[in-house]
Design a protein around this ligand. Sequence first.
Ligand SMILES: *Cc1c(COP(=O)(O)O)cnc(C)c1O
Length: 221
Amino acid sequence: MSSKEKYKNFIKQIPKEVTLIAVSKTKTAEEIMELYAEGHRDFGENYVQELISKYESLPKDIRWHFIGHLQTNKVKFITPFVHLIHSVDSLRLLQEINKQGEKINRSIDCLIQIYVGNEETKFGLNLDEVKDLILMFEEKKHSFAKIKGLMGMASNTDNEIQIKNEFNIIKDLFVSIGESKHCKMEFLSMGMSSDFNIAIQSGSNMIRVGSLIFGERNYIK
Ligand SMILES: *Cc1c(COP(=O)(O)O)cnc(C)c1O
């Protein structure tokens, strides 16, 4: 099946209120354009250099979501055009996004990446760190970096109960933060190819799906 057919089959099962981010890392501009031709506009990328070259060569109405680990020294390259940064995992990064947004007078929407799984390699903040970050952020006035929600990943396991528990922890935090002076929880970004169904059941309204639509990624160039 082509990516276009996989996409058409996939999007049918997704509730209207859930935004599908098609994760296009390692995929070509041509593969992205197949979905674009079907009307899809939200694409997710993990690497700054790859995102920039795709941004430059593809239509400007694409909404680019940055979902990978972001180094502070690279923030300035994506702030002019990025639609939503899903992977904010420190106050320092948030402050840098604010600073770069201010320079170009553009608000940058951000999600805080929370870590709940049991794998050591994943980036993100734990529950208390997320709360602290939001409190610290609330104290100062940051007009350009906007906190719009949370992003999280469940452990890479077949244990659906564990996945569901992890998503529910993120969802509960999302609900409990709710709305405050400078931030309003709007987007809950949870769920990938292997667990998007469980994520949607747990209240996700943004899923990030790559291999189910584009096929397996081949990292060997
Ligand atoms: C690669 C990636 C995805 C998509 O993964 P699939 O399993 O291919 O759907 C989603 N979220 C993040 C943060 C990723 O890095």
